[in-house]
Design a protein around this ligand. Sequence first.
Ligand code: 13P
Ligand code: SF4
Length: 319
Amino acid sequence: RHERDTSLQRIRALLQKRDAVIVAHYYVDGELQELARETGGCVGDSLEMARFGAEHPASTLVVAGVRFMGETAKILSPEKTILMPDDEATCSLDLGCPADTFSQFCDQHPERTVVVYANTSAAVKARADWVVTSSVGKEIVAHLHARGEKILWAPDRHLGAYIQQQTGADMLLWQGSCVVHDEFKADELALLAHEHPEAAILVHPESPAPVAALAHVVGSTTQLIAAAGRLENETFIVATDQGILHDMRKRYPRKRFMPAPTAGQGATCKSCAMCPWMAMNSLGGIERVLTSEVGAIELDAALALAARTPIERMLRFAA
Ligand code: 13P
Ligand code: SF4
């Protein structure tokens, strides 16, 4: 405890010295979320992180999340120093969509508008017409569909299928998935919901369709947190990374939040639904990057510029 407190103090001083703020995702450890808020940074979903990082005047951003979030920050603010507590923190969606194969896929379907999820590398984004996050993907595809455009979507097949079902758009789907959300099981969730008929079910759209079909609300992390406040239920079953429960319990201490069951774990699951890459973010990592002169995100300037256009299109749409 004493060691943690002194580490926190050192980080607070380093943030000031380096004119830095922490931009954190809801899936990182609760202690890091608190630190980010308390030191003038933010905790948000992917869209809010991108927006906050681009608008904040600090010259250095410590992105506590995964690689694509750091890259997005760098693409939007090339003049800023972007640090990440662990440079191994990636995402199965990003890993499952290599830029060269994806580019060939796009070449085979030149008539389609390319829409990619934010959980991708800068090189994949550079090939896109639009970048979307889970908070605005449905609205953007609905807008393109209304204009008569056909979509090539990558990489998350569940999010793609969900948007397709909601909008009726013509979508050709890349077959990627998130290792965390792919594990949620509809049968077990239905059993848990049966035991708790008073509970509302909140589901992130990276989950398989039969899981999303049981949801009262499907949405991005921020949208799920907002739903937990808005709905009158006192009990919630939450199908997304368990890191989000920290924020939900803090905001709504009188409400009860249960993690949705994953494969074979039943309702007593305690350690599943945790993104292994988000879990790499630590106080030690933050202190290390703030102390060292190396480890900042660097991107090829032409690539970053090409990736910026489809991200800015999303930010303008969502404004
Ligand atoms: P959000 O944009 O909803 O925060 O999702 C990001 C993510 O990686 C979900 O797994
Ligand atoms: Fe990627 Fe899934 Fe982790 Fe989100 S939870 S960062 S989609 S692997």
